[in-house]
Design a binder for this molecule. Structure first.
Ligand code: DQA
Length: 145
C-alpha cells in the first residue's frame, strides 16, 4: 500500500504556531511519527508540505497511478480551494481529510470545507494522531477492496 501525506500552508510551523491550538509537537516530529508508523505497519509513504496551492495541486496530480491513498490536511486552503477539490476529484484516489484541531468549534470561516466532498472521511480534533487514524482507515478499506 502506498500512501501520500499532504500538508498545506503553515503546517511546517507546527510546534511554534499557536501551540494552545496545535500543540507543541514540531513538523519534523510529526514526519518522524508517520515514518515510524509506516515502518511498523509496513506501508510505503511519502510526506509532502507546501505553502503554495499550485504545488499542492501538482502533487495530487502526480499521485495518479502511483499512490493508493492520500491523507491531506489542506490547512487554510480547506476553506478556500476549489482547485484542490478539483485535483482530488481528477485523480480519484481514496482520500482522507485531516485537521489537527476541531474546526467545528472554531471561527465561522473555518466551517466550510471545499475538499470534504472529494474525501471518504474527515478526522478532526485528534491532534496529530488523526494522521495515523487516517492511515489505518485507508489500510483497512484498501485491504477489503
Ligand atoms: C487546520 C485547521 C485550518 O482551519 C487551519 O487553517 C490550519 C490547520 C488543522 O489542522 O486544524 O492551518 O487544518
Amino acid at each position: 500500500m502506498k500512501i501520500l501525506i499532504i500538508n498545506g500552508p503553515n503546517l511546517n510551523m507546527l510546534g511554534i504556531r499557536e501551540p494552545e491550538i496545535y500543540g507543541r509537537e514540531t513538523y519534523s516530529m510529526l514526519c518522524d511519527k508517520i515514518s515510524e508508523y509506516s515502518f511498523e505497519k509496513g506501508f510505503y509513504c511519502e510526506i509532502f508540505q507546501s505553502n503554495h496551492e499550485g504545488d499542492l495541486v501538482d502533487k495530487i496530480q502526480q499521485a495518479y497511478g502511483k499512490f493508493d491513498g492520500i491523507v491531506i490536511n489542506p490547512a487554510a486552503y480547506t476553506h478556500t480551494s476549489i482547485a484542490l477539490y478539483d485535483a482530488l476529484k481528477s485523480v480519484g484516489i481514496p482520500t482522507i481529510e485531516v485537521h489537527i484541531s476541531d474546526v467545528t468549534k472554531r471561527e465561522e470561516f473555518r466551517q466550510i470545507s471545499y475538499v470534504r466532498p472529494a474525501c471518504e472521511k474527515t478526522i478532526m480534533g485528534h491532534g496529530t494522531n488523526g494522521y495515523l487514524e487516517a492511515i489505518d482507515y485507508l489500510m483497512d478499506t484498501g485491504e477489503r477492496k
